[in-house]
Ligand binder design. Structure first.
Ligand code: MG
Length: 240
């Protein structure tokens, strides 16, 4: 199996700089969102994505172990960079990544970027938001719908770097025909799951789907950077 991925990005209407970083290959897809309000968010997100990129060339092995190890190494890299340059002190980022090796697919995630899977027309959020409002949802204090409108919905409870870093790390069961979506909160804060499902269902071509999602975010006001990766899982051989 391999991933057939397309990306779309926009600065959004409320930002003049880009703090999102991303990578879309045949085995690895990743989104990292430099935390707003922190210095050098774009440096942190770029460091993480650069640290993960070599995984795309890797073949075989345990995808979850490899991806987790790479995220932990990225955590160290961001922490070291933040500690060695006063301009970078306090920088932080989210990371959400999928790695395919052979027939194995792994998810590693920290923060409020998201991974979704569209299978048989149904959208499922694979990543769990590390946010204050998600914690309230988990406790049953508010509904998912209330979280969407909550004034503190942008409060993120886990970021890279952290000591210790506690990522969500999961083995998924991939199936040919699955469509995966990775996005920064610039999409998911603005575009509903229903609208995401519709856009992904109505466009066979991953690029067209990704472009449509960014368009919907812009129509919704796009206060933040918007990054979208749409990755289809094909049964084709990678050839090596
Ligand atoms: Mg963002």
């Amino acid at each position: 199996m391999r991933l057939h991925a397309a990306t779309a990005h926009d600065l959004g209407l409320g930002r003049t700089n880009n703090e999102d970083s991303w990578y879309a290959g045949q085995r690895l897809v990743a989104v990292a969102d430099g935390v707003g309000g922190q210095p050098a968010g774009e440096v942190a997100s770029d460091l993480v994505v650069e640290a993960l990129k070599p995984l795309d060339a890797d073949t075989g092995g345990d995808s979850l172990a490899a991806l987790t190890e790479a995220v932990l190494a990225a955590n160290e890299a961001v922490r070291d960079a933040a500690g060695s340059d006063p301009d970078h002190d306090g920088m932080a980022t989210t990371v959400t990544a999928l790695l395919l090796t052979g027939e194995e697919l792994a998810l590693v995630h920290v923060g409020d970027s998201r991974a979704y899977r569209l299978r048989d027309g149904e959208l499922e959020q694979l990543s769990t938001d590390h946010t204050y409002v998600q914690m309230l949802v988990d406790r049953g204090a508010i509904t998912r719908e209330e979280a969407w409108h909550h004034p503190q919905r942008s409060v993120v409870t886990r970021v890279v770097p952290a000591d210790p870093l506690r990522p969500q790390a999961e083995r998924l069961t991939p199936r040919a025909g699955d469509r995966y979506l990775l996005c920064s909160d610039g999409l998911s804060d603005v575009v509903s799951d229903e609208a995401i499902t519709e856009a992904l269902t109505n466009h066979d071509d991953p690029q067209a789907g990704a472009d449509q999602l960014v368009k919907l975010a812009l129509q919704g006001g796009a206060p933040d950077n918007v990054t979208v990766i749409v990755a289809d899982l094909d049964a084709e051989s990678v050839g090596g």
